[in-house]
Design a protein around this ligand. Sequence first.
Ligand code: ZN
Length: 297
Amino acid sequence: MNRRFSLRALAASALILASLHGHAADNKPLQVVASFSILADITREIAGDVAEVTSLVAANADAHVFEPTPKDALRLKTADLVVVNGLKFEGWMDRLVKSSGYKGPLVVATSGITPRLVRTSADPHAWQSLVHAQTYVKNIAEALARARPDQAAAIASRASSYSQKLQALDLDARKQLEAIPEAQRRVITSHDAFAYLGDAYKITFIAPQGWTTGSDASAGTVAAVIKQIKAKQARALFVENITDRRLIDRIAAETGAVVGGTLYSDALSMPGSEADTYLKLYAHNIQQLVTALRPKP
Ligand code: ZN
């Protein structure tokens, strides 16, 4: 072996070592970008100090009509991992990934979930089921562990204790809602984000806007909802944190129905407020529903 060759080989192996070192033993937190606030919170719970997690769509903001900025593209470009809901919830994501030049892994949190269908389209709001949320946890935990194999055990342990909290909340919600006669479990919201929750606890949600917020409710649909309230077929009316409340207010004014409060559909509330984590959001929504639907003495 001549001297020149061996030096070159040494340099090459040093380079390989350096790059391995950069991945496995580097203690710098992973930069993770999640598409919306609920997903960012779930990811944060599982990642702990392994990652710094940010959200593209902010708290109280509507992912259906989100318009990414060049700043968002830059955040993606420097990310180690990107987490999305999938089921076409983030219609803007493919274009954003392409324009950002991001080449890293893309975790689809709903992967493996059988979605409910609305006609032929999949309803994307699967996080409104605490059972599906556990699939989110599994998918995100696996992706984090692949990115940081040295932290796999800690990630798996956090994922498991978080999943246990989701299971406990599910049991509690079921117990509280089962105490309410099923015929009374009928609720009106503006956009149809709660069908998974409805399936889980046998609540019928009526939503004049359909399941995307991008279009207005038709006059006919609104009239049908008003008729249902007047016929006492629905007893609770809710505004959502991400949608304009005028439609619900108008329905309330025309029927004399009282708005029960706010349900958090597609986003957390601002940090420090009542629904600033996914667990708090879910517990809040269940509490609001139980209070509004409970038979009045
Ligand atoms: Zn939605």
